[in-house]
Design a protein around this ligand. Structure first.
Ligand SMILES: [Zn+2]
Ligand SMILES: [Zn+2]
Length: 271
């Protein structure tokens, strides 16, 4: 197998830019932010031809990363640009709490993701709770999910919207077109100048598809909503996983640039 980084050297043209903007170094709390735990992620990124890796641990695992440690890591690995962000679990009613822990921390960007629905905070993407789909009107569940994502997009707390159609994770499909169930979500994302990630993790879930689906990406392109690339890795082995597929998909749709962030400022880069 030819690695992307090798291909870059062979071709001699700087056209390869793979970023992995959604990486969970701490997983679900199995590891810590230490040099020993972080280094394998960075080494894997370099191996996979990833030029920029963005660490975005779940806010419920770690809200206040040690930025000095990431600086040290960057010094040791100048070959790859290291960004520090967070993936925040958007739950309606949590906005003040979220704003307070985001404040005064020098994140490069913050990813907003919806993993809970309704008052019962149903974690609809966990296999342990899959039986709760039984007897539900799937169109209604999608509608509720997208309403919550809209709330997240409108909150002003995030720069990147995570796995936009995560509701498909177990393969439950609505009768209506997903785009119509989204209502004006993409228009809100556009209005708020947010970025949509092309997340390859869905390829390894029961649905077996990248998030979001092709028709949603096409609509993003029409609306000129920037995209970025992510693996949503929860282990170092998965850093950069299938990002070539994500990039091909982006290019097929028409995107020629992807969004990156430095200290909250968006920088578009060629793919
Ligand atoms: Zn997520
Ligand atoms: Zn994630």
């Amino acid at each position: 197998m030819v690695l992307a980084s090798e291909r870059l050297r062979i071709s001699g043209r700087v056209v390869v830019l793979l970023v992995d903007y959604h990486v969970h170094a701490m997983g679900h709390g199995e590891r810590e932010h230490t040099m020993a735990d972080l280094e394998p992620f960075v080494i894997q990124a370099i191996k996979k031809g990833v030029r920029e890796i963005g660490f975005t641990d779940h806010d419920w695992v770690c809200k206040d990363p040690d930025f000095k440690l990431f600086k040290k890591l960057q010094k040791k690995y100048p070959k790859v640009t290291i960004r520090v962000g967070l993936e925040v679990d958007h739950i309606i009613g949590r906005e003040k709490e979220i704003a307070s822990f985001l404040r005064n921390q020098p994140f490069d960007y913050v990813v907003g993701g919806v993993h809970h629905l309704g008052e019962s905070r149903w974690m609809f993407d966990l296999p342990e709770h899959v039986e709760r789909y039984n007897g539900k009107n799937i169109d209604d569940v999608y509608r509720e999910y997208f309403e919550t994502v809209k709330h997240a997009a409108s909150s002003g707390l995030y720069q990147i919207m995570a796995h936009l159609d995560l509701m498909k994770v177990f393969g439950f499909r609505p009768k209506k077109r997903v785009l119509s169930l989204m209502g004006d979500l993409l228009e809100i994302i556009k209005e708020r100048s947010l970025v949509v990630e092309i997340n390859t993790n869905g390829l390894f879930k029961p649905v077996g598809e990248i998030y979001p689906a092709l028709d949603i990406l096409k609509r993003c392109f029409e609306l000129e909503i920037p995209v970025t690339l992510s693996s949503d890795a929860h282990r170092w082995e998965d850093v950069g996983r299938e990002l070539e597929a994500a990039r091909s998909l982006a290019k097929k749709v028409g995107f020629r640039q992807i969004a990156t962030f430095e200290q909250g400022k968006m920088i578009l880069k060629k793919i």
